[in-house]
Structures are given as structure tokens and as C-alpha cells.
Design a binder for this molecule. Structure first.
Ligand SMILES: Cc1cc2nc3c(=O)[nH]c(=O)nc-3n(C[C@H](O)[C@H](O)[C@H](O)COP(=O)(O)O)c2cc1C
Length: 533
């Protein structure tokens, strides 16, 4: 199906529209007063909400921060609820979409155009972000390139640091498609044309962080769930979403990794050290006439769960883990990426184990598929893996370090992890926190909790109740409609004295023949862990 350019609404996925949506659902703290650029980050870090600054810096720029900084906001981006997020994501994954090129005149992001000597990056709201950062940053840029060798379009997210009117530092150090494309250009002595967009919908960021072999520009349309309008940049041949708030066109120069970048507060909550990186040369700035700038919360260690990066990762990693486990024949019921673990480090899975070994199988399957995951915790389906208390209980009571830990050495790690101490590979650990299979219903593996007694009485007496079969004490109390319980204890003791009371290993009472005065035992009791102690 082809879509005409005129059928595409270039307002629907613009950042300002999404900001309005977030304001409507109470997710935004609005600052109408003038705020200096140096003060933005402390305010952003200090609230759980997204933040809209109406007058930031001397230019009075309008800037919104943390639009993807919570699960609720990510759900709003998909037009769904938190409960509906995975389905919304899977639906989009299953339906490829196309992008449609529109003329520059129709592209909102080309409403204002600054080229040549009019380019002035120093008037854009780059702002100080983390205490030890090497410069001020626009952390919310998405990069668009075409691999000159193959013609494949690549999309990612990269930060930009301010150098002067026409140049920025950028960060293309971790292994990525862009790094590979750029290094090949440098080897040929060529520049790499690149256009950054700033001010995109959260769905565009989700698309940008997906790595796949095909044309990545189409992923933006796919994550939006409908065709997207793109426009050719004015000073290079790169196509970008026509509904972004701003674009910075230009190129990475042919000199390669020649200038220091950083330190920068990285997504694991530590600073990425200063290192060499390419320089971006800006040949045009274009923007909407009512541009809304975007900034992100990136590395703040105490509130990692509120960073845009974490929330984007969380959805993708959880949804992918569930999809991969189902495809490999497991029966997962939940996935939870621990937002405070730094990137994708700690992932929890709850699954229904039907045969022994499924938890271990899941650990190996996921480590094979999800490189960024470092620690995997597998729980039974009865554990709410978002509840720290239940997780601590299961780890404390269902896990034995000598039997239930799986360590894989020499695995690809995430280079930002300081515990790798500069290595590319490291260890992954899986923790099998599941109960032994087939022991459900046995008292030593049964959760303890008070009983809620409900009526009406079903039996005339304790003896009549036990005549129907073995029963737990509280079931007898409920069965005869006692609102006390002591009467049942005394009646049971009378049966004992008469030599008619039996108990099984789980503690159920039943009628039978025993020594008068002694309770008979049906079968063998569980081994007593305290014997000889
Ligand atoms: C908000 C955000 C900011 C990011 N900033 C950078 C960055 O500055 N440098 C970098 O190498 N990766 C950064 N990333 C990760 C890359 O964008 C991501 O790995 C992407 O998949 C790379 O795309 P590519 O392999 O298609 O080039 C960032 C991710 C997010 C979500």
C-alpha cells in the first residue's frame, strides 16, 4: 500500500503534541519563570516528573525534559496503558511501515533555515548536565546517516557537546553501526554526511536504539505504527523525520577520532572517561517556527530509574526477553529489568517451570540473545518480580549458591560497565531462584499466611468433618463453623486419647486406629532438619 504525502499528519508525532498529552495526564512539572541554563539539570534531577521550561537561558528557549522518563510516559507514547505496553510494542514489530518523502516547503522542521555564516550553535540550549562533564550538552540528538558503501540508512542516538558556532563534539565510541560506517569513511579519507534531529517523539528513540540490518529509517514509521514523512536535508542527502523540532545538518570530518570528548555522566550512573571522538561540522540548522527543545536525564546515579535511556531500554528488554523465551518453548509470565541496576544489568524473569532445568535453559537462552544483560534472576510464577520484598524472600529461601548459580565467562560485556576494568568481555551470572519441581502442595514449600474463615458450617462435629477425609486443623475449624478454634483442639485431643487420631506428614488430621493416647502417623514424616542439632 502506498501512502500519499498529503495524507500524513506532520503534527501527530511532533514533540510539542506529546508534551501537551503529558501535561494533560499530570506527568509534567511546568516552570513558567525564567531559568538559567546552568540550573536546568538540578531541577530535572529533583523531580519524578517530566519538566517543561517555558523560558530557559537568555534566549528564553522552551525546553522539555524526561519525556520518556517513566513507564507511564512510555505507555502514553504508545497510546496505551502500562498494562498494554508489550502488546502495543509487539503489534508494531509485526507490521512494517514505510516512510514517505515530502518537499522541504511542506516540512515543519524546515520552517526556519540557517545556513552558512548564519549557523550559530552557541545560541542553542546546550546546557551543563552532570557535575564532572567536559562541556555543555544536547543529549537528545538522533543521528541519521547513509552508509556510502551499501546505501543502507542508519539511525541512532548520540549526544553533542558544544565547541563553537559551527562545531560540536560527538560520541561514537561504543560498538555500533555508526562507528563501523564512520571508521570505513575515515579509512577511505572521506567525510560522513550526517544530520542530527533534536526534539523527537519517544517512539522515535525506541526505533533509533533498535539495531537491525535493513533500512533503519523505516523503523521510525514502524514504531509509530503508521507511515512517517521524511524530508531531505538541505545541505546533504540525508532524509530525516520532517516533523522533528530541529535538525543540525553537516558531516563528521575525515580525520576520525581526533578530539577529546567527555567525561560525561553515563547511563550506568558513573562518568564515562575522556576519550577521543569525531568532530561534527554543522552546515545548516533548521527548526520549526515554534521549536520545542528536548533534553534528557541521562546518568544521574540516584535516580537512574527516571532516565529516558533506562525507560526506553526497560520496555524493549522486557518485551524481547518474553518473546525469546516463548519462542524457545518456555512459559514466562513476567520480565522486569531493574531500572536502578545501570542499563540492562539486572533482569528478572518469572516463569512456570514444568520440568527440571527450564530455569537454567532460560538463563542460557537469554544470555545468548541479549548482550547487555549481565545478571539474570529466574523466579517461579508465584513471585511478583517487581516487588523487592518478594524477590528478596525468594532469593533468600529458594537459592543455594553452590547449586543454583550459572556463571558464563568471557562473554561480551557493555564497555561502560566500570567493573570490566577496560576489558571487552566479562562474566555473566544466572541465579536460579526457583523451587524444586513437583513439590507444590507440600507444607515445607507452602507460603505461610493467616486464614480467612468463611461460613456456613458444613459438618455437625469434628468427627463428622474428618470422616470425609484428611483435613488441616483450620479447615476443620471452618468446616464445623467454629468462631473460636479451641473447641476443635480439645475435640481432636479426645480422639487421640481414644486411639482414633492420625496425622500425615503435612499435618492433616484423619480418623484411624492408633495407640490410645498417641497420635498415629500416616506414612513417613519429612526428615527433621533439626535432628541431632
Ligand atoms: C538517549 C540515548 C542517548 C545515547 N547516546 C549515545 C551516545 O552519545 N553515544 C553512543 O555511542 N551511543 C549512544 N546511545 C546508544 C545508541 O544510540 C544505540 O546503541 C544505538 O542502537 C546505536 O545505533 P547504531 O548501531 O544503529 O549506530 C544512546 C542511546 C540513547 C537512548
Amino acid at each position: 500500500m502506498t501512502h500519499s504525502a498529503s495524507a500524513i499528519d506532520t503534527e501527530k508525532f511532533r514533540l510539542r503534541r506529546f508534551a501537551d498529552q503529558l501535561i494533560e495526564i499530570g506527568e509534567v512539572e511546568v516552570h513558567g519563570e525564567p531559568v538559567s541554563l546552568v540550573n536546568l539539570s538540578a531541577i530535572i534531577e529533583g523531580t519524578t516528573k517530566a519538566v517543561l521550561f517555558k523560558q530557559a537561558g537568555p534566549e528564553g528557549a522552551e525546553i522539555i525534559a524526561k519525556t520518556a522518563g517513566s513507564r507511564r510516559r512510555v505507555a502514553a507514547a504508545f497510546g496505551t496503558t502500562e498494562a498494554g505496553l508489550y502488546d502495543a510494542y509487539y503489534r508494531r514489530l509485526a507490521e512494517p511501515q514505510q516512510y514517505v518523502e515530502i518537499p522541504s516547503d511542506d516540512a515543519p522542521v524546515h520552517a526556519v533555515v540557517l545556513t552558512g555564516r548564519d549557523v550559530d550553535l552557541t545560541r542553542l540550549p546546550f546546557h551543563p548536565q552532570h557535575a564532572l562533564d567536559g562541556s555543555c550538552y544536547i543529549s537528545s540528538a538522533m543521528d541519521f546517516t547513509v552508509d556510502p558503501a551499501s546505501g543502507r540508512r542508519n539511525v541512532g542516538c548520540r549526544r553533542l557537546s558544544l565547541r563553537n558556532r559551527y562545531e560540536c563534539g560527538t560520541n561514537v565510541t561504543s560498538p555500533s553501526d555508526l562507528k563501523r560506517i564512520y571508521q570505513a569513511c575515515v579509512a577511505r579519507g572521506e567525510r560522513l554526511p550526517i544530520t542530527f534531529t533534536v526534539g523527537n517523539h519517544p517512539l522515535d528513540f525506541i526505533a533509533a536504539t533498535m539495531r537491525q540490518g535493513d533500512d533503519e529509517l523505516a523503523l521510525i514509521a514502524q514504531m509509530r505504527g503508521e507511515p512517517a514523512a521524511v524530508v531531505k536535508s538541505l545541505t546533504n542527502d540525508i532524509r530525516v523525520p520532517a516533523d522533528a523540532e530541529m535538525t543540525l545538518e553537516g558531516y563528521l570530518d575525515e580525520r576520525g577520532y581526533v578530539e577529546p570528548e567527555g567525561p560525561y555522566g553515563e547511563y550506568m550512573g558513573y562518568y564515562g572517561a575522556i576519550h577521543m571522538d569525531p568532530v561534527f561540522h554543522c552546515t545548516a540548522i533548521t527548526m520549526r517556527s515554534d521549536v520545542l527543545h528536548l533534553t534528557l536525564l541521562h546518568g544521574s546515579a540516584d535516580v537512574l530509574e527516571q532516565t529516558d535511556n533506562t525507560n526506553i531500554n526497560q520496555l524493549r528488554t522486557e518485551a524481547e526477553a518474553l518473546r525469546i523465551l516463548k519462542a524457545s518453548g518456555r512459559d514466562p509470565v513476567a520480565a522486569h529489568l531493574c531500572a536502578r541496576s545501570g542499563g540492562n544489568n539486572n533482569l528478572r524473569i518469572a516463569l512456570r517451570q514444568r520440568t527440571p532445568g527450564e530455569a537454567r535453559q532460560a538463563i542460557h537462552t537469554l544470555f545468548g540473545a541479549l548482550r547487555p544483560v549481565k545478571h539474570l534472576f529466574v523466579f517461579d510464577a508465584d513471585i511478583d518480580i517487581r516487588d523487592e520484598g518478594q524477590v528478596a524472600w525468594a532469593m533468600g529461601t529458594r537459592f543455594q549458591a553452590d547449586e543454583d548459580i550459572v556463571v558464563l565467562n568471557g562473554m561480551l560485556g557493555m564497555t561502560m560497565d566500570p567493573s570490566l576494568r577496560g576489558r571487552r568481555t566479562g562474566a555473566k551470572a544466572g541465579f536460579d531462584c526457583t523451587k524444586p519441581i513437583g513439590r507444590d502442595g507440600e507444607v515445607p514449600w507452602t507460603r505461610v499466611g493467616a486464614k480467612t474463615f468463611t461460613g456456613p458450617a458444613r459438618f455437625q462435629s469434628v468427627e463428622a468433618a474428618l470422616a470425609t477425609g484428611p483435613m488441616f486443623y483450620s479447615d476443620v475449624v471452618e468446616g464445623i463453623g467454629s468462631d473460636d478454634g479451641r473447641d476443635v483442639a480439645v475435640a481432636l485431643d479426645r480422639l487421640r486419647q481414644e486411639g482414633r487420631l492420625m496425622r500425615d506428614r503435612d499435618g492433616r488430621y484423619s480418623l484411624g486406629a492408633s495407640e490410645p493416647g498417641a497420635t498415629g502417623i500416616v506414612g513417613a514424616l519429612y526428615p527433621d532438619p533439626n535432628e541431632g542439632a
